[in-house]
Design a protein around this ligand. Sequence first.
Ligand code: BGC
Length: 555
Amino acid sequence: MALAAAAERVAAEFEYSAQDVQRGVKEFIRQMDEGLGKQGATMSQIPTYVTAVPNGTEKGLYMAVDLGGTNFRVCSIQLHGNSTFSLTQSKVKIPQELMVAKTSKELFSFLAKQIETFLKTHHNEHYVNHVERRRRGSYIGASFHDEEVFHLGFTFSFPVQQSGINKGTLIRWTKGFDIKDTIGKDVCALLQKEIDLLHLPVKVAALVNDTVGTLMARSYTSPGKTGTLLGAIFGTGTNGAYVEKLDRVTKLKKGGSKAAGDVDDSTGEMIINTEWGSFDNQLSVLPSTSYDKSLDAESNNPGIQMFEKRVSGMFLGEILRRAIVDLIKDPSVPLFSDEHSNQNDIHSTTNIHDQSALWNQWGLDTSFLSIASGDTSAGLKVTRQTLDNDYGVSAASAEDAEAVRLIASAIGKRAARLSAVAIAAVILSTGKLSHPTDIATTNDAKLEVNEDEIVDVGVDGSLVEFYPNFEEFIREALRDVPEIGVRGERRVRIGIAKDGSGVGAALIALVADRAGKGATAASSSTSAGAANGGGLSGFLSQFMADLNRNLRMRV
Ligand code: BGC
C-alpha cells in the first residue's frame, strides 16, 4: 500500500465525529451525576474542603509544593503587604524509580529533602535562625512558634479522598506512579512526617488538587466580574474541578466522606474535583483503536484512567509510537524504508537505529506531536531533523515525515475533541448557558457577548500551551454540541492560568493559616507582578471575595 494511503487509513481511525462528541457529552453528564450521588463511581466527583477566611493584612512567606507528574516543584511566595508578591521556585525531575518505589517513604523523604534544599538555597537565614532557635530550645513542646513556621500548600495531583483542608487519603495513583503502600494513606501526614524528621520549619497546611489551584488562580486573575466555572488541566494528565451547587452533591447528604452537617452551606456551592481522567473506564462511548487497547493492556493500570489515556500528554506520544511501529512492521507499507531516498535532501540511506527510542514503550515524547503537527517548514525539515536527532531515524524522506505528521495531527485533534466533551459536559450540567439573560443580551447579528454572559474556564498544561490549535479544535467540537452551538461557544472564555496550581496552593495555605489563627484585619495582597492591576490589597480582597462567593467551606 502506498505510504500516503496507509497513513490516511490510520489517521481515519482517530476521527471523532460531531455525533461522537454529542454522545460523549450525554454520557459524561450522566457519569458526573452518578459521581455526585455515590462513592466509588467511575468519575470520583470528589468534594473539596477549603476555608475562606483571610481578612487581614497579609504579609509573610508561604510555600507551595507541587507533585503531579514528571517534576516536583517547590516555591515560596513572599507577600510584601504593599500590593506585590514575589515568587521563587525550583523544579526537579522525579527519578523514575521513585515513581514505582516499594514504600511511600522513599518518595516522600525525597520530597522533604527537596524542600530542605530549597529552604537552604532561598531562605537560608530563616532556616538557620530556626535551627538556632531549636538549638536554644525556644520552642513550645514539639511544636514551634507559629510565626517561625512556613505554611505550605501541597498540590498533590492524584485522586485523593479529601476529608479536611490538610487531610486526604490516596484513592489510586495515575500518570505512571505506582506505589501500592501509599493507597489509602493520608498523603499530608506522609509528607509532614518526613519534613519533621528533617526538623524543617514547615507545616503542611493545605492539600490541593492542581485543578482546584488552577480554578482559584484563574478565578482571581480572570478579567471582569465573572467567576470562573472550571479549572482544567491538559498536561501529563487531565482533570477538571468546577463550581457545583451544594444540593446536587447528594452523596454528602448520605454521609459520605463528610457528613452534610460539617459543610458550610452559606454559598450553596462547592468546588468538585471531578477526576475526569477516569471518565468511561467501561468504554461505553470512548473511541478505542488497536493502539489505545495495546497501550492500556501494557500500562501499569489497565482499565483505569481510560479518558486520560486518550487525552493527555503522558499517553499521546505512546499512541503515535504504536501506530508508527505498526506501519514500520507492515511489509506492504514503505515507511522509513528508503523508497523515497532519492528525494531526500541528505542523499543517504534511511535507517532506524537499533537503539532508537521508537522501539521502547513510552519512547516517543508527546512534544513530538506538537512539533510534527505544527511543522510548516519546507519538506517538513523540522520533523525530519527531530526524527534524526531524537529518535534515531536518519534520512527520513519528506513523504515519511508527512505520513507521521498526518497521524500525529489526527491523534492530537481527537484529544482536543475529547477534551471538549468534558468542558461541554461541565458547562451544560451546571446550566451556565441557560441563564435567562443569555438570549436577551446576546446580539444575534454580531454574536457579541456581554461580560456577564461569559462562562470562564481556566486551563493549564503542556497540551493547551504547546499543541498547535488545541483550543481551536476544542472550540470546533463545542460548536458541534447543539445545546452550545455557535452562540454558546462564543460565550466560553478559555484562559491559560499558567502555573496556577502552585499559586493557588500557596493561597489556600494562606487561607488555612489565617483561618487557623482566627485573625481579623484588613487585607493585603500579592500579584504576579503587576498583572492584576489593582495591586495586593485588590488581589487578596478579590481573592477572598471569590472564595467566599464560590466556595466558602468550613472544616
Ligand atoms: C490525576 C488528577 C490530576 C490530573 C492532572 C490525573 O492523572 O488523577 O488528580 O488533576 O492528572 O494533573
